[in-house]
Ligand binder design. Structure first.
Ligand code: PMP
Length: 307
């Protein structure tokens, strides 16, 4: 169950968690017309509680809203960044998962509904390692789902909208019901796409590979973080379309996401990954978590202090 916090921001006000309810005729509930973000606040050693890559997440939220014409023109990116920090502070959270969600609310039915009002909420609550502390250390077992990810020209994978997570649910539940920690999806053309809620990376012969946007991925902010850190560590990072068997030939595989952070994969479809040692994954994990301990200098301005 969700670990409740005290307050949620709703359309401009802080209200008690239990009062943040909505009507059953809400447009987003029927048609998937919601856009959202998943962000984390970390209790850093050197800068106190900070939201990680606040701006990039909120810019992506505004982009997602624009594609489905969910009107956020009442708000600026800067205001909403500040609200995310306020919600963490108001709830006295030291580390948190932050969930902004904007959806078409109550007032008009029908998919096109031009006049359905925007309903906008931002919650923050404690959420530990999504694929488990154990998984972060020792790696997880994953498998490809029989379900393909949404094809280009259908609902766009590069937009973080509620409706897309029907695909994620099918992929993730199928894998979990078969005893795997997470499911992977192939793109419409059979190339590797991503995990149900994570991007995927491969380390092979000292180079790092990850699928391109053409393979129906959400271009993750953690993905961008990893590409930046890996390049800084001297790796060549190649974005290309990836055939499934390349995963079986890889030396290392890992998943990235705000919730999943950087989680190593130890087997795919019951085939063990590489030789079981993970020097590159460990190095990038250390650089990533070093941002929060202060050991990695935040030369990009990714930490946004709450106080
Ligand atoms: N792909 C999907 C489908 C996701 O839901 C997520 C999580 N937001 C990601 C990738 C990773 O994105 P990010 O690193 O921005 O959290």
């Amino acid at each position: 169950p969700i670990q409740e916090a005290k307050y949620i921001w709703r359309n401009g006000e802080m209200i008690p968690w239990a009062e943040a309810t909505t009507h059953v005729m809400t447009h987003g509930l029927h048609y998937g017309t919601s856009v959202f973000e998943g962000m984390r606040a970390y209790n850093t050693k050197h800068k106190g509680v900070c939201v990680f890559r606040n701006r990039e997440h909120i810019e992506r939220l505004f982009f997602s809203a624009s594609v489905y014409r969910i009107d956020l023109s009442k708000y600026s990116v800067e205001e909403i960044m500040q609200v995310c920090k306020d919600v963490v502070a108001k709830n006295d959270l030291e580390s948190a998962y932050i969930r902004p969600v904007a959806f078409l609310g109550y007032g008009e039915m029908g998919p096109a509904a031009f006049d359905a009002p925007t309903d906008f909420a931002i919650a923050a609550f404690p959420w530990g390692a999504y694929l488990g502390e154990e998984g972060l250390k020792n790696g997880i077992d994953v498998a490809f789902s029989s379900w393909r990810r949404n094809a280009p020209g259908t609902t766009p994978a590069g937009v973080k909208a509620g409706g897309n997570y029907l695909s994620s649910r099918l992929v993730s539940q199928e894998a979990k019901l078969s005893g795997f920690a997470e499911g992977l999806g192939l793109a419409h053309d059979g190339t590797v796409s991503e995990g149900a809620g994570e991007n995927i990376f491969i380390v092979m012969n000292g180079k790092i590979y990850t699928p391109t946007a053409a393979s129906s991925i959400l271009a993750g902010i953690t993905r961008d973080t990893v590409i930046t850190l890996a390049k800084k560590a001297g790796y060549e990072v190649v974005e290309q379309s990836i055939p499934r068997e390349m995963l079986y030939a890889a030396d290392e595989v890992f998943l990235t996401g705000t919730a999943a952070e950087i989680t190593p994969v130890r087997s795919i479809d019951r085939l063990p990954v590489g030789k079981g040692n993970r020097p590159a994954t460990s190095q990038i994990q250390d650089m990533f978590f070093g941002i929060f301990s202060g050991e990695t200098e935040d030369e990009w301005g990714w930490l946004d202090p709450v106080a």
